[in-house]
Design a binder for this molecule. Sequence first.
Ligand code: MF3
Ligand code: CO
Length: 291
Amino acid sequence: MLLKIGRNDPCWCGSGRKYKACHQAFDDKLDMIKRSHHKIPTHAMIKTPEQVEKIKESAKINIAVLDYLEKNVHEGMRLSEIDKIVYDMTTDMGGIPAPLNYEGFPYSVCTSINDQVCHGFPREETILESGDIINVDCSTILNGYFSDSSRMFMIGDVHPEWERLVKVAKECCDKGLEAVKPWGFLGDIGQAVNDHAKANGFSVVRDIGGHGVGLEFHEDPFVSYVTTQGTGCCMAPGMMFTIEPMVNMGEADCFVDEENNWEVYTDDGSPSAQWEYQVLVTEDGYELISW
Ligand code: MF3
Ligand code: CO
């Protein structure tokens, strides 16, 4: 049973305004979309302007950490140094690295090299070598609000084809971002991402995707990048989620390391690249929150 809010009752969003002057038109619009057999977001997926401000404060730390790493990650560096930089910078700025102890994750950051797809461990014994491509995936909690984004770094002389993979993976994120429009569908993003990867001879990982983010590390909805335009959950202003396709040079299939149940690798040993944006759906498009 759906509880109908009276026109003059306070809005569900907590603005303190009357429902009719706040989200009633919004709900009516979603109701219409639902009646044409589309999935629609729940109210819990809609961030208030106050929440967005708090999440942006968290994102400032996340962006600063990645900006610093962009300038300082280098050949010969141990991955544990990256882990320490993330921990130190995040905590110095008053935040908490979200991965640390998250469902038992033993580090402050994920570092995924070459054929590692995601959730790689920044181990002491792994030293960056010329030719490596590495994804550094940072997530921050500040005052209970979450930010999450990742970037690729290329170490020394990278094979041109691997460099192209990194470039195309970034372009996939940008194409996905351009597909973010209020009252569009999550499948619009999936189609844009997958089309671009395929056109370049690469494949997109199917089993792992993006997610809602902000009040929790991982919220609904699940965001796939192998979906079709016009399908999936409707995008409404106030929704926040990640665009983080994993793009493989070879086949899309992956496996999880059974030793730790975290680190994911490509089945065929081909390299994989990933960038991650945290995005807010706005009244007229999108706002990039973290990158
Ligand atoms: N930042 C990763 C993501 O994009 C989080 C992985 S879970 C962790 O969702 F525990 F490994 F951090
Ligand atoms: Co994420």
